[in-house]
Design a protein around this ligand. Structure first.
Ligand code: IPE
Ligand code: IPE
Ligand code: MG
Length: 243
């Protein structure tokens, strides 16, 4: 997996974010419980992650659990939480060895203590890596993130460390969970749904979107490559008129 970024693909997206959707339907199609699909989905992550350096993708952000996903059955939620713990334990060494720096975004307050300590440990363990930056969004919601950022900003003002005159987009962004990350260039959603479901609302202001019909457990490195190639043909204008 350790390979240098291919300069010829440098015009590709540096930051790709993925809404990994369709695990439940994938399992249903096979007459299996939804959790079976989540396990299959988790196994897909490695392949897509490994493909990143070859395509010049330096940042990969994955939506694993939303602030709205607590509405699911207790069985599914508990199974997912256990899966996240297992995933961290199983993958930690390989992530470390392969130059992956892992970060988590989302509100940790509602997560199980054991899971949170595994997340903290993995962040610390991989903090020296720089080949690829993997961010996992867990109990993440864009509105929740902006709300928490606004609250912390208000607190800084209350404490007299900032004033209302300091509040601009750049300052607010410093309080977001993603403050150390560049904005995503490309957001991919699998499973045929064409919505963003509260993912990276602020950060995706100028992201390109790709919606693919494939269910996440079937999403291969080859398909990932095709989506990235399509991105390369787009013209990003950022509000300007290009000559
Ligand atoms: C995405 O797959 C994974 C999570 C939201 C945790 P889904 O579980 O949403 O799968 P579908 O959309 O029901 O098929
Ligand atoms: C979005 O998928 C969240 C994740 C992929 C983790 P959902 O399946 O929860 O989104 P909706 O409910 O279809 O909008
Ligand atoms: Mg879904």
């Amino acid at each position: 997996m350790r390979q240098e970024i291919d300069e010829t693909t440098a015009s590709g997206p540096a930051h790709v974010a993925i809404i990994m959707d369709g695990n439940g339907r994938w399992a249903q199609q096979r007459g299996r419980p939804r959790l079976f699909g989540h396990h299959a989905g988790a196994r897909r992550v490695r392949e897509v992650l490994q493909a990143c350096p070859g395509h010049g993708v330096k940042y990969l952000t994955l939506f694993a659990f939303s602030t709205e996903n607590w509405k699911r059955t207790q069985t599914e939620v508990a199974g997912l939480m256990l899966l996240f713990r297992k995933y961290i334990q199983r993958e930690a060494q390989a992530l470390l060895d392969n130059g992956v720096r892992v970060r988590f975004i989302g509100d940790r307050i509602r997560l199980d203590e054991k899971l949170v300590s595994l997340m903290d440990e993995l962040e610390l363990l991989t903090a020296g890596n720089d080949l690829i930056h993997l961010t996992i969004a867990l109990n993440y919601g864009g509105r929740d993130e902006v709300t928490r950022a606004a609250k912390r900003l208000a607190y800084e003002i209350e404490m007299g460390r900032l004033t209302h005159k300091d509040v601009d987009a750049e300052t607010l962004a410093r309080f977001l969970d993603t403050h150390v990350l560049p904005d995503p260039d490309l957001v991919i959603r699998t499973s045929g749904e064409a919505r963003i479901s509260n993912f990276l609302l602020w950060q995706s202001a100028y992201a390109e979107y790709e919606f693919v019909d494939t269910l996440w457990p079937d999403f291969t490195a080859a398909e990932f490559g095709r989506v990235l190639a399509k991105y390369g043909q787009r013209e990003r204008r950022f509000g300007a008129v290009l000559a």
